[in-house]
Structures are given as structure tokens and as C-alpha cells.
Design a protein around this ligand. Sequence first.
Ligand code: GDP
Ligand code: MN
Length: 389
Amino acid sequence: MKIHEYQAKAVLAESGVPVPKGRRAQTAQEARAIAEELGGKVVVKAQIHAGGRGKGGGVKLANSADEAERAASEIIGMQLVTHQTGPDGQKVKSVLVEEQMQVERELYLSVILDSAIGWPVIIASAAGGMDIETVAAETPEKIVRVAIDPATGYQPHHGREVAFALALTGDQLRPTLAVVGGLVKAYMTNDASLAEINPLVVTADGRVLALDAKMTFDDNALYRHPQVVELRDKDEEDPLEVQAQDAGISNYVKLDGNIGCVVNGAGLAMSTMDVIKYAGGEPANFLDIGTVNDPARVVNSFKVILADPAVKAILINIFGGMARTDVIAQGVVEAMTTMNLRQPVVVRLAGTNVEEGRRIIAESGLPIIVADDLGEAAQKAVEAAAVVA
Ligand code: GDP
Ligand code: MN
């Protein structure tokens, strides 16, 4: 789950990371009032769940309350396109109005889970700012990585290593250690998967603070962070993905193809997508239905898939372990008899209670295309989708 910059800054501030003074505004008038409180010289920043706002025209410096109001009226309501939003962009609903900083240096600092080693790593670079992707691609040696052993946790030497790599020594050492320690704490205590400050700045008066902030949280740990869940902004998420979550589906990601997939298990879902591609088709989604022992969940997954107008065929691929294929078969029959389905449905069942599952499908009298293995199922789904298209 992602959150907005203004929310991430509040989370970081709670862990001791200094951030500029400021507040969020939903109207230009509100932005003006905040700018007046802050003395006029402010920066007005679009709040959307995507980076690259500066280059897209979503970050504006204002030198008076008048200018802040004008900047906010330009940004609020705009369709902001950045390299992270996709070509349609994202509609801006609010702005963050903050005191303007006299920036001397722009650095990069983040904590992210390194899935290869299973440890969180601190990533830092003296070459921060809006082109960090280019730095990573062209001069990776300018990026420092410090891994944190989760068994012993954050240690002061981690912070010192980062501070020296960023050449933040002398008077800046102590504030830098507070920033690095605070960022790691915010990451750990909230079960984040990413906590990023880009840029971390050194100001003309020698302060070290987070000029930008981004946090992403591990969805599987949200149950133990109700205060994080409250920060969710569903308007920023794909509506189909929101519907899938509300329907209790473990994992749904919308894609660009036309074959809707219902699969149990993330690994099987990925191989199903591969095999569809191998058969010459394109999956419309990644969907891990989880361990289902309730036909209603199958019906819900059909609803989510069919809410995507691009879907031309549905492929059900279930390997029953803990999940019972007869229950899935009941769900498929229930979905097809209760919903007005135009798309052909291909079913491949294997594993627990498969004889019973196949019998339910066969005796339903519904036009279900049955396949014995995944290769055949993908082939049939691709052919069926081509006929409908
Ligand atoms: P992003 O483009 O979405 O990552 O948005 P950022 O919050 O990182 O802002 C983009 C850029 O605007 C930063 O890299 C800074 O160069 C600049 N910027 C933002 N706030 C200030 C400020 O208070 N003072 C100055 N001088 N520059 C700022
Ligand atoms: Mn940034």
C-alpha cells in the first residue's frame, strides 16, 4: 500500500526525521492561508501516489501567498503525467504547501527490502534529486548499500557508514545519524517495504532534512497497523484492484491482455501467465484466488475479472492442495448460472477431489471448455478469446 508525501512526512517526523514545516491544502484558498502562515515563500506540491512530479509540472516554488494561491489553482485538478503514472496521468486532488528551503546539496536515502538476501538495506547516494534512476543505471558506483541484519537490528555503525558515504561529517554528522536512524525506525516499526527520501537536502543554514518522502507498506502486515490503513487513499488505486481486495482475493493485478485468469497460488498464477504468452495470448490479469473453500470467492473473482471490459475469455487453473477442486467447480457453476456471461470459460482442475470437481462441471450442462493440463488449457483459452474478439 502506498501513501501520499504529506502522510509519509508525518510518519517520518514521528520517528525523528526532520521535515519542512507545512500542511496539505485541498483548495487554492487553503493553500494561500497556509502560505501566509509560513511567511509567503513556499513550495506547492501535487499530492499523488507517483514520483517524478517535479518534471511533470507538479512542484512549483512560490514567493508570496498570491503566487502560492495561483500555483495551487493550477495544480489542483490537473491531470499530472509523470514517468510513474502512465500516459493518462493521475488527477491531483490536493497539494502540500511547505516552507521553501535554500537547498545546498540534494542527496538520496532510502530503506528497502532486499529480497535476494532477505534483509532491509539502506541505500544512499550523494547524487540525489530528480535523476536518481539515471545515476543507478549509468554510475551505479555512486550508490552505497548498507544491509541491516534483522536479528541484531539497526546499529550506530550503519548510520556512520551512510553519513561518511554522503560526506556528511563534522557538524552534520549528528543530524544525519538522526535522519538515518529515524528512517530505519519508521521502516521497521510500520512494516514498510520502502521508505525513501529523495532528495534528502542540506540547507544553506546547515540543516539536514527530508525534502521529499515516499513510503510503501507490506500489505500482508497491514492487519497489525490500523493507523497505517487509515492513510489509504483508494482514489489513487486501480478501481479493479480495490474491488478485488474488498472481495477477499489474495492478489489481483490488472494487466493489458484479454484472457482473464483465476488461479490459486502466486507461483501457479505466474506460470499460467507464462503459458498463456507461450500459446500466443496475453493475460488480462494476475489473480491469486488464495486457498478457496467457499464457492462465493470464485463468484467474486468472476465479478472482478468481468468488470474489465477487455476480457474475452476466462481461464480457471486450479491445483487443489488445501483447496478442494470440487468447491471451485461449484463456484464456477454458480458464477456462470447467476451471471450473464458472454465470454467462453476454460477450466483445468487437478489435485484434491478432482474426480468430483470434473463431475460437477460435466453435469452442469454449461458450455464449459474442459482441459486436462495447463498447456491445453492455455491453448484453448487463446483460441476462444480470438473467436470472441
Ligand atoms: P518528485 O519530483 O515527485 O520526486 O518531487 P520532489 O518533492 O522530489 O521535488 C522535486 C524537486 O523540486 C526537488 O528535487 C527539488 O529540486 C525541488 N524542490 C522541492 N522543494 C524545494 C524547496 O523547498 N526548495 C528548493 N530550492 N527546491 C525544492
Ligand atoms: Mn523526489
